[in-house]
Design a protein around this ligand. Structure first.
Ligand code: HAM
Length: 432
């Protein structure tokens, strides 16, 4: 029989590595709470058209990377529906914003999420088919200030504080403006014109994009097309005064709090919904897949989905990539990769002591201690061997200990063996 394995591009996360994941998630919740974000959890699959309409038909994500299936109708009254595993979470959040009329509060919605996303990409280091994102979105009616450049700067400042708190250094913030919905058509027309005489020399994918969605040519990773792409017009030359002023205000606010960045006029990002500010944080330690996170503004997205005017800005970090960065830097504040030891291993000496041992373990656990429970069927030598691997102390529970309520405890680090009354056990273990 062939053994089944995790599907290509997916993987199991095992302890103790999951301790590191939990640590990063705990820091996320702590830092984001200071900025008054609340958590949103949207479904893992959505109607396929949600992604086609937001991320864009011509993007790599929608045109080749989505896990899509036709969900059969189960009753005559039902219709079959095309469903897709979410390749990203912004579209789902904006759908939920519209569906639950969150705009009616008149306030900014500040929402974050932590969850798996799915893209059928070629797997390599830092790139998986099921990967995790930590993301956040700030969205609301214009009257709530959702278009203000201060929101962009605040989100970027939060990210820099988050990475600092995790102990990740050596990141670069790359920033650009892709203009408003009025700047974009002018730029796209200029791109189309510049591409017309040269596109036949480009890859088939880029030839198609040059016709259907020229902006996407800019995020092509085809090295053969690099030289042509370098000669194309730059978006910065097509921004109107309002977009330029917005971008300048974002930069000025970042300068004021000392967040370093670099402007890259080619950063258009691979999703169609962006307007004005776009950004990525890269990290040299990651290799080819060096984007730790990406994001930007999407002032027209809600309307693209049939909702009210609700400008927004957000980002998503690759959690797998954050973990890789932490592991390669061996950051001290992060939990180490070695197994976490239990406070004590409870060893019943004989099967008749199994039930009292469970009761003892229960009492200690209820007092907050991390306890491994052995088995009275083990020889004492075997109990010691296992306990030494898993715990800092072993508690021996034999007939005498059970009758007297005075337990024998051995500490593995010091080799010291002591007798401790049962009611003092928890506090004694806590100080060890
Ligand atoms: P994105 O740039 O497609 O943006 O993805 C954000 C981050 O997710 C990337 O920078 C990377 O760290 C991680 N990522 C993407 N694909 C993979 C993969 N196959 N394996 C591992 N990590 C990956 C978005 O998804 C937007 N929704 C971000 C956003 C939120 N914009 C506004 N709000």
């Amino acid at each position: 029989m062939t053994l089944l394995k995790a599907v290509r591009g997916t993987r199991d996360l095992l302890p103790p590595e999951t301790e590191l994941w939990n640590h990063v998630e705990a820091v996320t919740r702590r830092v984001f709470a200071r900025y008054n974000f609340g958590e949103i959890r949207t479904p893992i699959f959505e109607d396929t058209s949600l992604f086609a309409r937001s991320v864009g038909e011509e993007t790599d994500i929608v045109s080749k990377e989505m896990y899509t299936w036709e969900d059969r109708a189960r009753a005559q009254s039902e219709k079959s529906q095309s469903l897709t595993l979410r390749p990203e979470n912004t579209a789902g959040v904006v759908r939920a914003y519209i569906e639950h009329n969150l705009g009616e509060t008149g306030l900014l919605q500040k929402l974050y999420y932590i969850g798996p996303q799915f893209r059928r990409e070629r797997p390599q280091k830092g790139r998986y088919r099921q990967f995790w994102q930590i993301g956040a979105e700030v969205i609301g009616p214009p009257s709530a200030g959702s278009e203000s450049p201060l929101r962009d700067a605040e989100v970027l400042e939060m990210l820099s504080s988050f990475l600092d708190e995790l102990g990740i250094t050596g990141w670069n913030l790359v920033l650009n403006s892709v203009g408003s919905s009025t700047d974009r058509p002018k730029y796209v027309a200029a791109l189309r014109q510049a591409l017309a005489p040269v596109k036949d020399r480009m890859s088939p994918d880029n030839q198609r994009r040059a016709e259907t969605n020229p902006l996407r040519v800019l995020d092509s990773k085809d090295p053969a097309d690099e030289a042509i792409i370098a000669t194309l017009p730059k978006i910065a030359d097509y921004l109107d005064e309002a977009s330029k002023a917005h971008f300048a205000a974002v930069c000025a606010a970042l300068d004021a709090c000392g967040v370093k960045y670099e402007v890259n006029p080619r950063l258009v990002r691979g999703l169609d919904y962006y307007t004005r500010t776009t950004f990525e944080f890269t990290h040299g330690g990651l290799g080819a897949q060096n984007a730790l996170l990406g994001g930007g503004r999407y002032d027209g997205l809600s309307e693209m989905l049939g909702g009210p005017k609700a400008p927004g800005i957000g980002f998503a970090m690759g959690l797998d990539r954050l973990i890789l960065t932490l592991q390669s830097a061996q950051i001290e504040s992060a939990p180490s990769a070695s197994a976490i030891l239990a406070d004590a291993f409870v060893a019943p000496l004989g099967e008749q002591l199994n039930a009292p041992a469970l009761k003892l373990a229960r009492d200690l656990r209820r007092q907050g201690l991390r306890i491994e429970l052995g088995d009275g069927g083990f020889r004492i030598k075997k109990s010691f061997e296992i306990a030494n691997k898993l715990a800092r102390n072993i508690i021996l529970l034999g007939e005498d200990e059970h009758a007297s309520g005075i337990l024998t405890v051995k500490n593995f680090a010091t080799g010291e063996q002591t007798k401790i009354p049962r009611d003092q056990l928890a506090s004694a273990l806590q100080t060890r």
